[in-house]
Design a protein around this ligand. Structure first.
Ligand code: PRP
Length: 209
């Protein structure tokens, strides 16, 4: 059995056409189901639908052979013991810092507070900038933190920018371009090399088309 872990949400929506082009189609409509594991048209392939951080954990421990995850999750995780096989070019967005409107560009005076779910990325980024930052871990809704005075700025992914605008924030500094990646377990790539390579090549071909 080959197990492929997919990241739920907007990444999933863009992943399914690539999988389909690679000949893998779930047997039921994932978006209409509460299930977490799905059979496919191939009796030897099953799909898991998880949060991005959990996709990496399943792959790392070998509970999934490969999967699709945002580069933001890989950067945060560090990607140790995983192969990053392909950039799928889907779910493109930017990892940014953001502040209350009209505060972007104001020089840092002293230690700042930063709210984010990307604690490791933020720690690295502010250290590189030579900015002293206290990082406050949140699990979502980061955009609220500056408005409520919890933090001076946030680190989050930005796509259309609508969430920032709706919450009175604006982009400040660019950290990285993000897109989804095909990732594999190292042991699986040895033990199931032929099968995984066929799938990985087919997905890469679908990306370039
Ligand atoms: C992400 C991100 C922002 C939003 C940005 O959240 O955390 O809140 O999307 O998109 P925009 O620039 O197009 O407005 P997501 O909707 O993925 O939900 P999450 O907070 O559960 O991660």
């Amino acid at each position: 059995m080959i197990t492929i872990a997919l990241t739920k949400g907007r990444i999933l929506k863009d992943t399914l056409p690539l999988l389909s082009a690679a000949g893998i189609v779930p047997e039921e409509d994932i978006s209409k189901s509460r299930k977490l594991v799905f059979a496919t048209n191939r009796s030897d392939v099953q799909l898991l639908v998880l949060r991005g951080a959990d996709v990496l954990t399943y792959i790392r421990y070998g509970a999934a052979d490969m999967g699709v995850v945002g580069k933001d999750m890989l950067m945060e995780d560090g990607g140790a013991q995983l192969y990053e096989l392909h950039d799928l070019g889907i779910a493109r967005c930017r990892l940014m810092t953001a502040t209350k409107k009209d505060q972007a560009g104001i020089a840092y005076q002293s230690r700042i507070k930063v709210a984010t779910k990307y604690v490791n990325i933020a720690q690295r980024y502010y250290a590189e900038q030579g900015v002293q930052a206290d990082i406050i871990k949140l699990y979502g809704g980061m955009e609220l933190a500056p408005i409520m005075g919890l933090a001076d700025e946030i680190v989050d992914i930005v796509d259309t920018g609508k969430t920032l605008v709706a919450n009175g924030l604006e982009e400040a500094n660019f950290i990285a371009d993000i897109s989804s990646r095909l990732v594999a377990n190292k042991a699986s790539m040895k033990v199931k090399h032929a099968e995984l390579k066929v799938i990985s090549d087919a997905i890469a071909a679908a990306v370039s088309e």
